[in-house]
Design a protein around this ligand. Structure first.
Ligand code: GUN
Ligand code: ZN
Length: 440
């Protein structure tokens, strides 16, 4: 066998385009049951029907009866917040002060930051997420160790040290000067290294001075390919606070626009409390909203108007937002997204949901030539999933009448326990322990 050639057999599902909101999605859905996915030198090179295996110069791995999907892309998640996931009883601003800010202060310590980064990257892979846009903490070492951990695993990661120079505990603040110096050093070391990109990471408008927002905007203009990540319009008390802090801005979103922070590589979490002018501004600048349904429900933030954003041409991706969100699992997150849309009278199909968490996110991040689908030339970042685990799932799969019914029930019921293997760049990066396995 050729050392770099690997063929994986299973039920292949990916997307060629945005399937829209209709159940009948046509050629946007690429469903190839029982096929071989062909990988050479870490990239996808094609596919072949199950009864036409590639020759002996391919290493063949048989996952017949299992689902192969592109690796999930989580466009908004906080690495240090694994320590505060599932914390009781608060909305956003109290949640930050009570749980999150104290926990993030631990990452000032290099050993804590290092261990946390390794644990977080392993956890992403163990949940089927191969690419992510991530918040570390304000500490330079937290970004440095996170980028190193992702690099060691070959993962596609976008992150940068958090910028926050006001309205936070002393152990969790930088200054314009220190932030500028740390960002410059981290960019020089990591931006464009392997599969990594740097993001100017404004925590949210309340924790940055106008001078710091200006500094972030300057970096975005000066350094090609930099991303920007932040939060916007998540919670009503937060929105009211921003209105007080920035009386001259037209809206919360406008604070970021005025400082030059909105572009096609800007990722803004939540975007619940926006108006039509905001929605058009997102569409005009190419910035995307990272919809975080699990977090929005858990923190009681509100219901995200996905259709209204898409109606004006703005881009939407889906994110776990752990630790506001309660799971790193993107299938659980998509199941929550379905429920949020149901409360608004909309119906999120499995096609639209899974597209958004794979090729749609890749497209919105400008990374669709690298990740998000099984198109030839893409990196082989993918997962092998059980269709079912346990008596309820087995029965539901057995009685499903068509492919959407089967995939929708899978998406709604599946979590990380359904994950058999995660592959990154053509190498197995996570495998479920043998004793936990069931099925063939
Ligand atoms: N707004 C500012 N910081 C945060 C955070 O850590 N999580 C969430 N959900 N919203 C925020
Ligand atoms: Zn967040």
């Amino acid at each position: 066998t050729h050392p770099s050639r690997i063929a994986l057999r299973g039920d292949l599902l990916d997307f060629t385009a945005d399937p829209g909101w209709a159940l009948e999605a046509g050629a946007a859905v690429r469903w190839r049951p029982d096929h071989w996915l062909l990988i050479d030198a870490g990239r996808i090179v094609g596919a072949a029907p199950g009864d036409q295996p590639p020759g002996d110069d391919w290493q063949r791995i048989d996952h017949r009866g299992h689902l192969l999907l592109p690796g999930f892309i989580d466009t908004h998640v906080h690495a240090p917040q694994l320590d505060v996931i599932a914390s009781f009883g608060t909305e956003l601003l109290d949640w930050l002060n009570t749980y999150t800010f104290p926990a993030e202060q631990r990452y000032a310590d290099a050993a804590e930051a290092h261990d946390g980064a390794e644990r977080f990257c392993d956890a992403l892979l163990a949940h089927g997420t191969t690419a992510a846009v991530v918040f570390p903490t304000v500490h330079k070492v937290s970004a440095d160790t996170l980028l190193a951990a992702a690099h060691a695993r070959g993962m596609r990661l976008v992150t940068g040290k958090v910028l926050m120079d006001r309205h936070a505990p002393p152990g969790l603040m930088d200054t314009v000067e220190s932030a500028e110096r740390d960002s410059r050093e981290l960019i020089a070391r990591w931006h464009g290294t392997g599969r990594l990109a740097y993001a100017m990471t404004v925590r949210f408008a309340p924790t940055s001075t106008e001078a710091q927002l200006d500094m972030a905007g300057r970096f975005l203009r000066e350094v090609p390919g930099l991303y920007m990540q932040t939060h916007v319009a998540e919670n009503r008390a937060e929105v009211a606070w921003v209105r007080q802090l920035f009386p001259d801005a037209r809206s919360y979103l406008d604070v970021y626009h005025r400082h030059g922070l909105l572009n096609e590589r800007a990722v803004l979490a939540h975007g619940i409390w926006l108006d039509d002018t905001d929605r058009r501004l997102l569409a005009d600048t190419g910035a995307q909203i990272a919809h975080s349904p699990s977090s929005n429900l858990f923190l009681g933030s509100g219901l995200f108007g996905w259709r209204a954003l898409e109606a004006v041409g703005a881009q939407v991706s889906v994110a776990s937002d752990v630790g506001g969100g309660t799971s790193l699992s993107m299938t659980r997150t998509l199941a929550e997204a379905y429920k949020v849309q149901a409360l608004l009278g909309e119906k999120l199909t499995a096609w639209k949901a899974l597209y958004t968490a794979t090729r749609g996110a890749a497209q919105a991040l400008g990374l669709d030539a690298e990740i998000g689908s099984f198109e030839p030339g893409r990196m082989a970042d993918l997962c092998v999933w059980d269709w079912a685990q346990g008596i309820v799932g087995e029965r539901r799969m057995a009685v499903a009448r068509d492919v959407h019914e089967r995939v929708f029930a899978w998406m709604t019921l599946a979590d990380e326990r359904h994950l058999r293997e995660t592959w990154v760049a053509g190498q197995c990066a996570h495998r479920r322990l043998a004793q936990a396995q069931s099925g063939p």
